[in-house]
Design a protein around this ligand. Structure first.
Ligand SMILES: Nc1ncnc2c1ncn2[C@@H]1O[C@H](COP(=O)(O)OP(=O)(O)OP(=O)(O)O)[C@@H](O)[C@H]1O
Length: 453
């Protein structure tokens, strides 16, 4: 017996459960966007022997209908699919949702869906919007924002701008990690910018977008558009889903954002956004492209990593200790040797000698060189201050180091008290020509040293 057709609220026909799409069988609809309906589906032919434990092999089928569309709309849909496929092919990354296959739907008995383009994707557990509805604590929120920054940094390095970053397009994979999705509006840059159709989600569009002239190729777009959208998302994550600009409708909120960008209103972020994330959101929401440009996804990620590294010892949940394993492994290796490298508690304060300062209060009085209280020295002060960019040797509060020169223009580092500095000191390590870098926020001393070559 034929299935009775099912429809969306807007009257669009849905694929019924059990419908075969290539090697997949539709289970149920799980999401809907402006262009597509997304279904959970599972492999039609399972190879496991009878009685084998059930594995969750469901995928997500994004079905983009093309039938009955005006030629221009059909071109848009085809272009949307082309972008998704091109990006997945040329720039795969663990923080982007993997595209497993592409198909054309055959459904002669459903003319509205026949010939639709189908993108087969890894199925996510939920979207960030779903998570916001249930509440996200500060640590989880921080990890999600870091994941978004990793995805954006990769996209931008690869020459792409997402252009439609919003909580609906941030998926949470079954491993709990972020997967950016929906690259239908993603733009490949030529040099510093690209052009896109005048589309997008008003709440997440940067203020300059409303003023950009519409040329023959569309409106100008740069990576800073994603950074603005990131600022809105950061605010929503830490303010229980509330957007930073006031207004009951997207139009009212866009108008408020433009008033702020024109200097006619102040940026008023919700008081519940914690200080570190307020500062980060405010930088992402700098009012112009030029003011936002220094805050790249890469540099924001470095700030977040430094912030998270500083928070880690404060509260020791099991999950946090596990997350910090990499850093602690490096500490453990260095603990035995580091005490001998520098005399402890040398308070001479001569120029060229700097004393390490750990803003974490509970670490300041400890003399046992607890690994959780150790601080990292960077290999390269211009690269993100992450585990890969840290020498194995660790330092502790009150250690004194020999510094031989300084760099005023390193990566900005924010400490736990929200002090920011781009100043770094090059310090000498034992061994021939061995050096590493200490961010100036990690010392209270300010010797004036020669600029490093
Ligand atoms: N891989 C996935 N796993 C689970 N759910 C997904 C997946 N991809 C999309 N969804 C769900 O489907 C919804 C719509 O998907 P998507 O945003 O890609 O469609 P769209 O038509 O391109 O949307 P838009 O109108 O924002 O451009 C998402 O918000 C999400 O809820």
């Amino acid at each position: 017996m034929p299935h009775a057709p099912a429809f969306h609220g807007d009257g669009e026909e849905l694929l019924p459960a059990g419908h075969r799409v290539g090697e997949w069988t539709v289970v149920e609809p799980i999401g809907e966007g402006g262009w597509a309906t997304v279904y959970a589906a599972r492999r039609a032919t399972r190879s496991e022997p009878e009685g084998a434990p059930e594995v969750d092999d469901t995928v997500a089928l994004k079905v983009l209908p093309t039938a009955g569309l005006a030629p221009r709309q059909a071109r848009n849909v085809a272009e949307t699919a082309r972008r998704e496929i091109e990006l997945a092919r040329t720039a795969p990354h663990p923080r982007l949702v993997p595209l497993l296959d592409t198909l054309t739907l055959t459904a002669p008995d459903r003319p509205a869906l026949d010939g639709a383009i189908v993108l087969v994707m890894e199925r996510a557990r939920c979207t960030l919007r779903d998570l916001l509805a249930t509440g996200v604590d500060e640590d989880r929120g921080g990890r999600i924002i870091a994941g978004i920054c990793e995805g954006l940094a990769h996209l931008h390095r690869s020459g792409w701008v997402h252009t439609d970053l919003k909580p609906e397009n941030v998926l949470i994979g079954r491993d709990g990690e972020v997967r950016l999705s929906d690259f239908g509006l993603a733009i490949e840059l030529t040099g510093t910018h690209g052009h896109c159709a005048p589309m997008g989600t008003p709440d997440y569009l940067p203020p300059e977008r409303w003023k950009e002239p519409l040329g023959e190729h569309g409106v100008k777009i740069r990576a800073t558009a994603d950074i603005w959208a990131l600022g809105i998302v950061v605010h929503e994550v830490f303010a229980a889903g509330v957007p930073p600009f006031p207004g009951a409708t997207p139009t009212a909120r866009s108008a408020a954002a433009q008033q702020y960008a024109e200097g006619r209103a102040a940026l008023r972020l919700a008081p519940d956004v914690p200080p570190f994330w307020r500062a980060l959101a405010a930088d992402c929401l700098a009012p112009t492209h030029a003011a936002r440009a220094p805050h790249t996804a890469e540099s924001l990620l470095a700030r977040i990593r430094a912030h998270q590294a500083g928070r880690r010892p404060r509260r020791r949940s099991r999950a946090r200790v596990r997350a910090g394993l990499l850093a602690l492994a490096a500490c453990a290796a260095a603990t035995a040797t580091v005490s001998a490298l520098w005399p402890h508690s040398d308070r001479t304060g001569h120029a060229g000698r700097i004393r390490v300062f750990n803003a974490e209060r509970s670490c300041q009085d400890r003399t046992d060189r607890d690994p959780g209280c150790s601080l990292g020295l960077a290999i390269d002060p211009r690269r993100p201050y992450t585990a890969e960019n840290v020498v194995p040797t660790r330092v502790w509060h009150d250690d004194t180091l020999d510094a031989d020169c300084q760099l005023a223009t390193g990566l900005p580092i924010i400490d736990e008290e929200d002090r920011t500095s781009t100043l770094w000191y090059r310090v000498r390590l034992p061994g021939p020509a061995a050096t590493a870098w200490l961010p100036a926020v990690r010392t209270k001393d300010r010797p004036t040293l020669a600029d490093c070559p």
